[in-house]
Design a protein around this ligand. Structure first.
Ligand code: OSB
Ligand code: MG
Length: 370
């Protein structure tokens, strides 16, 4: 592929409702959309999922802009045969996985479109129906939580994940279990606890949760291993797995039984595939696909990854309308019966960016030639 340029668009998308986690609250979601343009005019789209501040990870929308403009666009050659080459080309850049991923994903979409294939089939997907759930932020009260969850269940979501933090853990889980005894339920702490909280967190074992996601430090594997040995409920790692090397270490240490794969966190699709292959094919353990409140573009990449054979839990991929009043793509993602989102047969990620809608949210854009 002869890639003549990258275009970067900084957008600020108002969320339909505030999303609160242990690390902060979001009402306006920033993102960088990356468009890769090939000599013949074909395009591919990716999304940088870094937030407004360095809270989930050390990256922000500003660091990602800087790294894409000043390093990634300068290091990438204009001839790229396959997006799998991108990781090697960018390996001099330490960290900045979300910036790398946004560009790499645009090149995967471009590659799939140039081969007139849906991205999911290019990466080895095996199912069209991707089982999904909803991630519910920390609520002002238990009543608000129960109301919010019942609304999502009525909309057809079959799996609920709630965010927890110290002061909002056992009680909300207990309340949901009382109201909805059989709903597949899991919790995500976004690294809010220290190991002193392990005895309290181990009481979550009483509620039949699918998993407990990232209770401890964002870079830890040892405390998670110790905790996994204390509880029956599977521990799931999110923040702590940034590459397949972390997954290998996590398996050796017994830090988790499940990995939430987010392409942004791990540096892109190729790295997601490595982690998927290692954890599911070598370790015979399940993965699922995590979300970062993506627009329809990033969501298309998540759906493609969700079709992989090792994805054996519902993924955090909700319909476009769960996040945004208006998505920036021509066919927003919809929830289908059975709590699934269907991967599309159109080439690439399965959506086209709607320029009219995109332009309403763009604050800044730049063309970078390769
Ligand atoms: O930890 O999974 C997380 C959103 C932003 C940052 C971190 C996380 C999340 C979510 C949202 O849980 C999942 C989604 O996009 O629906
Ligand atoms: Mg998480």
């Amino acid at each position: 592929m002869e890639v003549v340029r990258l275009e970067v668009f900084e957008v600020w998308m108002p969320l339909v409702s505030e999303f609160r986690t242990s690390f902060g609250s979001t009402r306006l979601r920033p993102a960088l959309l990356v468009r890769a343009v090939e000599k013949g005019g074909e395009e591919g789209w990716g999304e940088v999922v870094a937030g407004e501040g360095p809270w989930y990870s050390s990256e922000t929308v500003w660091t990602a802009w800087h790294v894409i403009e000043d390093y990634i666009a300068r290091l990438l050659p204009s001839t790229i045969e396959h997006p799998r080459e991108v990781g090697g080309r960018l390996s001099r850049i330490r960290g900045h996985n979300m910036a790398k991923a946004g560009v790499e994903m645009a090149l995967w979409d471009l590659k799939a479109r140039m081969e007139s294939k849906p991205l999911w089939s290019l990466i080895g997907g095996v199912k069209r129906d991707v089982s999904v759930g909803v991630s519910v932020g920390i609520q002002p009260s238990i009543e608000d939580l129960v109301r919010t969850v019942s609304r999502y269940l009525e909309e057809g979501y079959g799996r609920i994940k709630i965010k927890i933090e110290p002061g909002w853990d056992l009680e909300p889980v207990e309340a949901l279990r009382r109201e909805f005894p059989d709903v597949p339920l899991q919790v995500d702490a976004n690294a809010a606890y220290t190991f002193l909280d392990a005895p309290r967190l181990s009481r979550l074992d009483d509620y039949g949760l699918l998993m407990i996601e990232q209770p401890f430090h964002h870079d830890d594997l040892l405390e998670h291993a110790h905790f996994q040995s204390m509880v029956r409920t599977p521990v799931c790692l999110d923040e702590s797995v940034k590459s397949v090397r972390d997954a290998v270490a996590a398996l050796k240490l017994g830090s988790a039984r499940v990995i939430n794969i987010k392409p942004g966190r791990v540096g892109g699709i190729a790295s997601s595939l490595e982690i998927h292959d290692f954890w599911s094919l070598k370790a015979h353990l399940p993965v699922w696909i995590g979300g970062m409140l993506e627009t329809g573009v990033g969501r298309g990449h998540l759906v493609a990854l969700g079709t992989l054979p090792g994805v054996r839990y519902p993924s955090d991929i909700s319909a476009s309308r769960r996040y945004y009043m208006e998505d920036i793509v021509d066919e927003p993602w919809e929830l289908e019966r059975g709590s699934v989102i269907r991967a599309r047969s159109r080439p690439g990620i399965g959506v086209e960016v709607d320029w009219g809608r995109l332009n309403k949210y763009v604050k800044k854009s730049r063309r970078l030639s390769l």
